[in-house]
Design a protein around this ligand. Structure first.
Ligand SMILES: [Zn+2]
Length: 166
């Protein structure tokens, strides 16, 4: 399961796109290249599609941060995540570690549990997660076990000042 650090700060759709497009096996990227080579009119069509896709991606990121604010308002840890399938959010995850007194109720796990409940199955293949911060190893493992296709996260420990390993 690819885990990709993305610039998830608000109003940064362009930089997010810059990170999303180079991802390997991203079919849309290749289509864009081919269309650019074919004809400008196709590029114009693609441009609108890409803009719509960016807006959709931004809406998922915004919702993840909304979950973070929800957790904070409830006095919980400042993390949020959403699980997306087929272009719509199927799992919402504010951190509930403090509220529930459950050390496993991380935002990512809550989003996955919500998605599994809504979809009525444990398998989350084809789903994508957007998280405000890099998930812990347990959440990454849970995501991989559930078959999550891809995960994007905003901040990691280095952003909070942790030293980088050599
Ligand atoms: Zn976790």
């Amino acid at each position: 399961m690819p885990t990709i650090k993305a610039d998830m700060t608000k109003n940064c759709v362009r930089s997010i796109s810059g990170l999303l497009y180079p991802v390997p096996m991203h079919g849309f990227c290749h289509r864009r290249f081919v269309l650019t080579a074919l004809a400008g009119s196709f590029v114009a069509v693609f441009g609108r599609a890409a803009a719509a896709r960016d807006a959709l991606t931004q809406s998922f990121i915004d919702k993840a941060f909304e979950m973070k604010r929800l957790a904070e308002r409830a006095g919980d840890q400042p993390y949020g995540a959403v699980v997306v399938r087929g272009g719509r959010i199927v799992g919402f995850g504010p951190s509930r570690v403090v509220v529930r007194g459950d050390g496993t109720a991380h935002a990512e796990r809550e989003a996955m549990r919500d998605a599994q409940a809504r979809l009525g199955r444990k398998d989350l293949s084809g789903c994508v997660m957007y998280s405000t911060a890099r998930p812990c190893a347990d959440c990454e493992r849970a995501a991989a076990q559930a078959g999550l296709a891809r995960m994007y996260y905003g901040a990691d420990a280095h952003d909070a000042g942790a030293p980088r390993g050599s």
